[in-house]
Design a protein. Structure first.
Length: 576
């Protein structure tokens, strides 16, 4: 009889836990990986589609479920499929047996399914915690498979139920209060007579605004208008940022009729209360598990309320325009573009990829007339693996780097910037301390650039200078002689901008299937390097980085972008 512990918290370093451990990613014994989780994502998506494409639910008359398939599958069903897979693999390999004691750290007596996953800068752990539903269903699956010796260390019910209800209730009212504040600001400070040009660049967050700033050179002057919404729980965050860029824009957050604001709030609250307090069940079978979809839908209504604002504000803003517009928005796997198109059907709309998108099977995420990938590798992989909805795929190669110039070579590193990631913080702190000591001993000025979800209070004790949050990541890279990261996509940007980059992949963050971290690159460290290894890189930076000739900006593609954008605008203008 063995003791096996299940670890659901992704911030826990399973490699440092003694004994027999099972996590979503694999199975470990005394800190060594025994086998990885080789789950079938395509099968899990197909099973999901079988449920929601073939069965009618009583809530579908109140919500456009097709807008949320990607969110629901990624946040609920795919994580469940991964756990089912790892349990099956562990049984096949005799890693666990029916006589074993299976320990679950924390669970509940009933499932509290959460679909509001942390989305960039706008949400955090307050709105998403996998402990709400995964342990419950994994325990249930183990019992189906004949495991009865299951020990739950902490089993909560009342506190979890109350917390989940209160957080949903609080989010709805916070959003409503924000909308009233934005409406008041709109009435007092915003003119309704501002001219909207034929290309509308819609941004709802700082990262999207970063991106939009970099592509403006592709549009003819006077042909575009930047329209600004908010997505953060912190009021006016995007407004403050875009003001710092000295770029013309129109602020449309709050430009929604009061009647619509109150109606949307009332409907969302009514649906939330109905399905939160309703004890009736709508059961579906998923990979051998019976799941109550009514437990999911409460948060889908909240997410709809959160996601629809941008589309409604655009509708009101464009209401007086007689000409067909080209609307470009920057959401990829979330429902916002669905509502941009729904409320602006007479205008051409397009989604643009802004960050790395793994080439994996997904539910349909194309809600507009076009989806533009910004690198050919990602376009090709999605074109192949998501062929069932690829008719609207297109590519604007290296769009993100359209207005950038490669930085001149540096012969000596005087400044280095470490870009944080809000995961596995203890590992990151250990690395920063090492780099701080190294840079100090080599007279290199080290700076920190915080991820939008990183908190200053976690890093203040290092006494390292921060790069201002209003300076975008590309500019931050260009300001430095050397980029330091674990496995962030900042590394991809560094290759493109021609700034030397070092990757530190020790422990939890690896380079499995990450295209911008080549194994044969001498700046990729899979263990904490020695000072001699770093010295060797610094002394041979010309050979090791500049001559590596990897992922350079495709200049001919950049030169062709303006023509492609102009042709796109022209084609849809003629359809007016």
């Amino acid at each position: 009889m063995n003791k096996v512990r299940l670890v659901f918290d992704k911030t826990v370093l399973v490699q440092e836990l003694s004994g027999m451990i099972i996590s979503e990613s694999g199975a470990y014994c005394d800190k060594k990986l025994v086998f990885k989780n080789d789950y079938n994502r395509k099968k899990s998506i197909q099973e999901y589609q079988n449920i929601f494409n073939q069965k009618a639910f009583n809530f579908q008359k109140n919500i456009e479920l097709e807008a949320f398939h990607t969110t629901i599958s990624r946040s609920v069903f795919v994580p469940l499929a991964k756990w089912i897979s790892i349990i099956d693999i562990a049984m096949e390999n005799n890693f666990i047996n029916h006589s074993d004691v299976i320990t679950i750290p924390i669970s509940t007596k009933s499932p509290h399914i959460c679909v509001l996953e942390a989305e960039g800068e706008s949400q955090g752990s307050f709105l998403y915690n996998s402990h709400y539903f995964l342990p419950f269903y994994v325990e249930k699956y183990l019992k189906i498979k004949g495991f009865n010796n299951i020990k739950v260390e902490v089993r909560k019910e009342v506190s979890y139920t109350v917390k989940r209800f209160l957080r949903g209730f609080a989010f709805i009212h916070l959003k409503f209060i924000q909308q009233l504040i934005y409406k008041l600001y709109n009435i007092v400070f915003i003119s309704n007579n501002q001219e909207i040009n034929k290309s509308v660049i819609a941004t709802r967050g700082i990262i999207q605004t970063h991106f939009s700033k970099n592509i403006l050179s592709l549009f003819k002057k006077g042909d575009y208008t930047i329209v600004v919404n908010e997505s953060s729980i912190f009021p006016f965050r995007n407004l403050k940022y875009i003001k710092s860029l000295n770029t013309p824009f129109i602020y449309i957050e709050g430009n929604i009729p009061l009647r619509t604001t109150f109606n949307e709030y009332g409907k969302t609250l009514a649906h939330f209360l109905k399905y939160s307090l309703n004890r009736k069940k709508q059961m579906v079978s998923y990979l051998g598990l019976e799941i109550d979809v009514n437990r999911i839908i409460t948060e889908v209504f909240i997410f709809k309320y959160y996601s629809e604002t941008q589309g409604l504000a655009l509708k009101q803003t464009l209401k007086k325009s007689n000409n067909r517009k080209n609307i470009f928005c920057f959401d990829m796997l979330t429902p916002q573009p669905y509502y941009v198109k729904k409320h602006n059907k007479n205008h051409f709309t397009a989604q643009i990829q802004t960050t790395l998108m793994a080439g994996i099977k997904q539910e349909n995420f194309v809600f507009t007339d076009k989806f533009f990938f910004t690198d050919i590798e990602t376009y090709n992989s999605h074109n192949k693996i998501n062929s069932d909805f690829n008719k609207k795929f297109d590519v604007l190669q290296d769009l993100k780097y359209a207005s950038l110039f490669s930085k001149e070579k540096v012969s000596k590193v005087d400044t280095a910037t470490f870009f944080t990631q809000p995961v596995f913080l203890n590992e990151e702190f250990e690395l920063i301390e090492f780099l701080k000591q190294y840079c100090a001993s080599r007279n290199i000025k080290l700076k920190l650039k915080l991820h939008p979800r990183s908190s200053k209070k976690d890093y203040n004790h290092f006494n390292i200078e921060y790069i201002d949050s209003n300076i975008d990541s590309i500019t931050s890279i260009s300001m430095s002689d050397l980029t330091l990261t674990r496995n962030s996509t900042i590394g991809l940007d560094s290759w493109k901008v021609n700034v030397p980059v070092l990757f530190f992949l020790s422990k939890s963050l690896t380079n499995d299937n990450i295209s911008y971290i080549p194994d044969d690159y001498n700046g990729t460290f899979k263990e904490l390097p020695s000072t001699q290894q770093l010295d060797d890189f610094m002394e041979n930076i010309d050979t090791l980085f500049y001559d590596f000739n990897f992922l350079k900006v495709d200049q001919p593609a950049i030169d062709a972008l303006s023509n492609k954008i102009e042709q796109l605008e022209s084609n849809h203008e003629h359809q007016n």
